[in-house]
Design a protein around this ligand. Structure first.
Ligand code: SF4
Length: 357
């Protein structure tokens, strides 16, 4: 219990207590914050969370909205499978539980997109359940303090960590603060690089610290080089509009809007010709975007079409998007960044200043 007591004391004084999803026992905003925080830092989530809640204030509204509007509100947060699963989860809560989230971690873990640790966090924060969380930050804290050897990617190591996590829990009354405390410790003190052991509230009894082997825990997998996938994107401008396509639901950026993508320049040029381009598109500088399992290296190719042509996009997944509307569109972050440059340069070109970089 000393571990929990020390963390609770520390959290009261130094932990995060004013995040917008704290101070409520309503599982809907708590669930939403937990899903957004998977693989995304608090600072990034903050700007999306409130806007998302304004647009989808309760689980019934979210469940009843088209998935496209959910993806649009999620655009820029990345890991879009989370948005689709969040929508599926809301639907399941409405159809299977009459619009009220179940109260136990075991039931919550059955819902789409809610894993064991997220279910435990919701149950602890909202219903005081004595359920342990074990996200990446907590795995690191426990692996160090209890010197759990081995790679957490291995089942046996993960099982040991779950056992340790469960053995440390305080009484149910303290579960919300304890859960926040261990999250805060992993995010701000026992960090992956340069942990702040000198101010750590559980330094006393930390085995890795005592052995001088903090950096050895948790054991890291040998990083294999991330494969690179290349693609060519057509940036077709017609006046102040750009051609965009609705991406397929599966695959990267599934369900979002994107620029027409081609594996080869040859097919990209053919598409430009079909739109009425008189000259081949101009290749712009290569860009890279890192996904979890690969890096996408893409070359945008810019072509300006004659606005007088009014040629309709050739198939139903394509449409013209006004450059003035890109901020509110469901565009992935790297595409939005590119289109911002195109928009700004188009404005400068209109005033006779410059061309696209
Ligand atoms: S003493 Fe250092 S390694 Fe141990 S739990 Fe605290 S911050 Fe982590």
């Amino acid at each position: 219990m000393e571990f929990a007591r020390a963390l609770l004391r520390w959290q009261r004084m130094y932990g995060r207590n004013d995040l917008p999803w704290q101070g409520t026992r309503d599982p809907y905003p708590v669930w939403l914050s937990e899903i957004m925080l998977q693989q995304t830092r608090v600072a990034t989530v903050l700007s999306y969370y409130s806007r998302f809640l304004d647009r989808f204030p309760d689980v019934a509204t979210l469940a009843g909205s088209p998935v496209e509007s959910v993806l649009q509100a999620w655009a820029g947060l990345g890991y879009y499978a989370r948005a689709r699963l969040a929508h599926a989860c809301a639907k399941a809560v409405v159809t299977e539980y009459g619009g009220t989230f179940p109260r136990s971690a075991a039931e919550l873990a059955q819902l789409p997109g809610i894993g064991r640790s997220t279910a435990a966090a919701i149950a602890a924060f909202c219903f005081d359940e004595r359920a342990a969380i074990l996200d990446a930050n907590v795995r690191r804290v426990l692996a160090r303090r209890y010197a759990v050897e081995g790679d957490p990617a291995q089942r046996a190591v993960m099982d040991s960590l779950w056992t340790v996590a469960a053995s440390l829990l305080p009484g149910s009354r303290d579960m919300p603060r304890y859960t926040q405390a261990i999250m805060d410790l992993g995010a701000g003190i026992c960090t992956a690089r340069k942990p702040r052991c000198d101010v750590c509230p559980v330094q006393d009894g930390c085995r890795a610290y005592r052995m001088g082997r903090v950096e050895d825990f948790p054991a890291r997998r040998k990083a294999s080089p991330r494969p690179v996938r290349s693609a060519h994107f057509l940036v077709a401008l017609r006046g102040r509009h750009v051609l965009v396509e609705q991406r397929a639901a599966d695959g990267i950026w599934g369900g979002l809007l994107g620029l027409p993508e081609h594996p080869e320049v040859r097919t990209l040029r053919r598409q430009a010709r079909s739109l009425g381009a008189l000259a081949p598109p101009m290749p712009l500088a290569l860009r890279r975007h890192a996904f979890t399992h690969f890096t996408l290296a893409f070359t945008p190719h810019l072509v300006r079409l004659d606005p007088a042509l009014h040629r309709a996009p050739p198939d139903g997944s394509l449409r013209w998007l006004a450059l003035g509307e890109i901020e509110g569109a469901a565009l992935p972050a790297p595409v939005l960044a590119l289109l911002r440059e195109v928009r700004d340069d188009a404005a400068d070109a209109g005033s006779g200043l410059t061309g696209v970089r």
